[in-house]
Design a protein around this ligand. Structure first.
Ligand code: UDP
Length: 326
């Protein structure tokens, strides 16, 4: 298959590129390098099945050319990271909504199989746990800019499902829960690389709030495997939404303690109020756990990596980075 990956220079995108090249697909990446990085994709530069365009996905001409050559599009490009979203809400909304609109328009012209990446953020505060795809969604008020990310990704979902219903475009939506692994930067707030880096440098571990909020961390290789399996089954999965995430729940305090133990670090926890970490009035999710029954039923997916293995992978990667002065 010839696959276009928007946001292919990002953390998840570059892992997806590697997996697709390994199985012999032809891969074109479109990325504006806003949060992605050239380092993530440097290793593929001379691969005969790989090509790369540095451009904004709102550039319709470029997207049209790339889509015209593609059988499938995996649309990962988006404004990511809660910190960025709180700081630059206009950019977040425009990138997400206009970007997805442009991708879907191109996909319709060339009848591309399309997989849209959404986020567990759309569940917002949640009405029950674990979160299932058909649950009602409970977002906070528009006066709090953090919700603009969820609202914009939700509109992306509606756009994708509308293209499926009205134009019979084979669109599948995936809601990605906390995804971690080697290569993720802590620059945009992601907790695991931040904790590991702090622990390896014997710096205080910054725990936001009381640390009793919980998350489920999924290894990026498990996430990518689910994405590829869904991509391969358009007849069965078009018009559907799937959660992708681990069900192993951990509080942020427990996560910090595990990181300290596995790095043998002298670091101590430093509690930082949300108002200081993000912005006054910031609302965090207390629990975020996916129900992945639907995904398991569709493709038989189960995560292969547990939290300890994920942490060890990230620790190895960050140690190498430290050694090379990165
Ligand atoms: N968090 C933290 N310290 C950090 C970064 C994040 O305590 O340096 C917390 C954050 O408030 C949230 C959880 O860790 O409760 C996961 O944050 P992340 O940004 O990785 O993903 P989110 O679940 O917010 O999308």
């Amino acid at each position: 298959m010839h696959i276009l990956i928007t946001g292919g220079a990002g953390f998840i995108g570059s892992h997806l590129v590697r997996a697709l090249l390994e199985r012999g697909d032809q891969v074109a990446v479109l990325d504006n390098l806003s949060t992605g990085s050239i380092e993530n994709i440097r290793a593929f530069a001379h691969h005969p099945l790989y090509s790369f365009a540095i451009d904004d996905l709102r550039n319709e001409l470029v997207l049209d050319r790339l889509a015209s050559q593609a059988d499938a599009i995996v649309h990962l490009a988006a404004a990511v990271g809660v910190q960025l979203v709180v700081e630059r809400p206009t950019e977040t909304i425009e990138t997400n909504v206009i970007g997805t609109h442009t991708v879907l328009a191109a996909a319709r012209r060339y009848r591309c199989r399309t997989l849209l990446a959404s986020t567990s953020e759309v569940y917002g505060k949640g009405v029950k746990a674990p979160f299932a795809e058909d649950d009602d969604l409970l977002l906070g008020p528009s006066s709090r800019s953090r919700w603009s990310y969820a609202a914009s990704k939700l509109l992306d979902e509606f756009l994708g499902l509308a293209a499926y219903r009205e134009y019979d475009l084979p669109v599948t939506v995936v809601r990605l829960f906390n995804t971690v692994g080697p290569g993720q930067t802590g620059r945009y707030g992601m907790v695991v690389p931040r904790f590991v880096r702090a622990a390896l440098r014997s710096e205080p571990i910054p725990v936001y709030g009381d640390g009793e909020q919980s998350r489920c961390f999924c290894h990026v290789r498990d996430t990518v495997r689910a994405v590829i399996d869904l991509l391969d089954r358009p007849e069965q999965t078009a018009g559907e939404i799937y959660n992708i995430g681990s069900s192993q729940e951990v509080t942020i305090n427990q996560l910090a303690q595990s990181v300290i133990a596995r790095t043998d670090s002298q670091s101590v926890l430093q509690y930082i109020p949300y108002s200081e970490a993000y912005a006054p009035g910031f609302e965090d999710m207390r629990r975020r756990v996916p129900d992945t029954t639907k995904l398991r039923t569709a493709i038989g997916w189960m995560p292969r990596y547990n939290l300890q293995q994920i942490l060890d992978d990230v620790i190895d990667y960050e140690r190498q980075q430290l050694a090379t002065g990165a």
